[in-house]
Design a protein around this ligand. Structure first.
Ligand SMILES: [Zn+2]
Length: 440
């Protein structure tokens, strides 16, 4: 058994910021949390557990959940373009073609998973490659690191590049063999993945719906309502559909395990149906700013009970860091007119990258906060390592030396806006270190 001692901060089941000041978390040999609370009590109950103490000034946070990111765009962050459709043509298709090369894609799988873990992301919903061998490499690396990885082949059969396109008939056997090989193997899950409906013919979308119907534990992911030009294109390609959502809805792709990325220009009518089908959305703030796509409305999605999670959307997103996305989310909200704005506090920010992501993936019984029975996935966070926050930690304490929750709120918010990589020193998956920053 492992006994971790430090200050644990997470979101409680009722949605409040919870601080276990100078406390203990104990996990069993499998990596599941068996106990969290008072240190003296932990020592009494688990006298033989191996003790690991995190230094004062650090906080232990639940591992982050990234609900939208692209594996084969690992190396094109910051490739600038005027808008979404030009960016796809000029940067994405040429890069994604490279993943046909097995040696390259194997190297990229290791680099991609390292990039996730070193940024504190221990669970992710990922657009895989169009090539089976590359997506296999990603599953293999996720399994090696024991993380919660939900991924699958990215499907498209038109308007992209011939080398990246497969018809429903060609690709279906590959999807089925990948599901039987990887879905529910340890912490891996398979997600049926449509690039977006402009790149998928009705026959390909129909095949996706048929596969999902066969097994309700499978996920579906795609993009929706990201840019105005894209929405116009969907109207031309699917004239029979009343809106963008209907291009997926007509093939039964709206389920409680469907995650739609962006959802910026989504109408009230679409939101209502997304809520009825218990779909989730992945908000990707830095990507939306980078491509000038628009500003996401928390308010409208909440009014229709659509679960909101956060995504880095590498490579239109500008980093793998969900800390940075929390900061960008605030900046995006402040661009909206006052009546449409949601003022995100630190509790909402932390929630969006932990328990809300877990809920979107229907994994909140396994991850998202520190509760007995969940996996011991966590990050060790040092706000004082940021150059602007180095002296702020002492202010978090009241006269008796205990941490004041008001200041933690303030410190977390400031951390999101002024995040630097050195602030994460370690990442643990199932109680085992999977990343340690070299300077420590
Ligand atoms: Zn995307």
């Amino acid at each position: 058994m492992l006994h971790f001692q430090g200050t644990f901060v997470d979101i409680s089941p009722s949605g409040t910021l919870r601080i276990h000041d100078q406390s203990s978390l104990v996990c069993d040999a499998q990596g599941k949390i068996t106990w969290i609370g008072d240190t003296a009590e932990a020592k009494k109950r688990f006298p033989n557990a191996t003790l690991h103490t995190f230094q004062e000034g650090s906080f232990v946070l639940p591992g982050f959940v990234d609900c939208h990111i692209h594996f084969p765009q690992n190396r094109i962050i910051g490739a600038v373009e005027s808008d979404l459709l030009h960016w796809l043509d000029h940067h994405v298709w040429p890069e994604e073609r490279k993943y046909k090369d097995e040696a390259f894609s194997k190297m990229m799988a290791q680099e991609f998973v390292h990039n996730l873990l070193s940024n504190g992301t221990t669970a992710a919903l990922v657009f895989g490659s169009q090539f089976s061998s590359a997506t296999d490499h990603l599953f293999e690396e996720g399994l090696r690191q024991q993380m919660a990885l939900v991924t699958g082949l990215t499907l498209q059969d038109r308007h992209t590049h011939p080398e990246l396109e497969y018809t429903a008939r060609e690709i279906r056997p590959h999807i089925e063999s990948m599901i039987s090989k990887w879905h529910q193997k340890e912490r891996l899950r398979y997600v049926v993945t449509s690039r977006f409906s402009p790149a998928c013919s009705p026959s390909l979308l129909k095949m996706m719906g048929e596969i999902i119907k066969q097994d309700s534990s499978l996920y579906f992911q795609t993009h929706i309502n990201e840019s105005h030009a894209e929405i116009e294109w969907v109207k031309q390609l699917f004239p029979e559909c009343e809106d963008y959502l209907a291009s997926y809805e007509q093939f039964d792709l709206l389920t409680s395990r469907s995650v739609f990325a962006h959802s910026i220009h989504t109408t009230e009518h679409e939101l209502k149906r997304m809520g009825q089908h218990q779909c989730s959305v992945a908000h990707c703030p830095s990507s939306n700013a980078f491509l000038g796509s628009g500003s996401f409305s928390f308010k409208k999605h909440k009014e229709h009970d659509v679960q909101i999670a956060m995504g880095s959307d590498v490579a239109a997103g500008v980093s793998f860091s969900l800390w940075r996305e929390m900061g960008h989310a605030h900046l995006i909200q402040m661009r909206l007119p006052e009546e449409e704005r949601t003022f995100l506090d630190a509790t909402q920010m932390l929630s969006s990258v932990t328990i809300d992501g877990a809920k979107a993936l229907r994994l909140d019984h396994e991850i998202g906060n520190f509760e007995s029975g969940k996996w011991a996935d966590f990050i060790v966070f040092h706000p004082s390592k940021g150059r602007y926050l180095s002296k702020r930690f002492d202010e978090c304490k009241d006269n008796s030396g205990h941490i004041d929750p008001k200041y933690i709120q303030k410190l977390l918010f400031q951390s999101a806006l002024s995040y630097e990589d050195d602030m994460i020193s370690h990442t643990f998956v199932k109680g085992k270190p999977v990343f340690q920053r070299e300077c420590d």
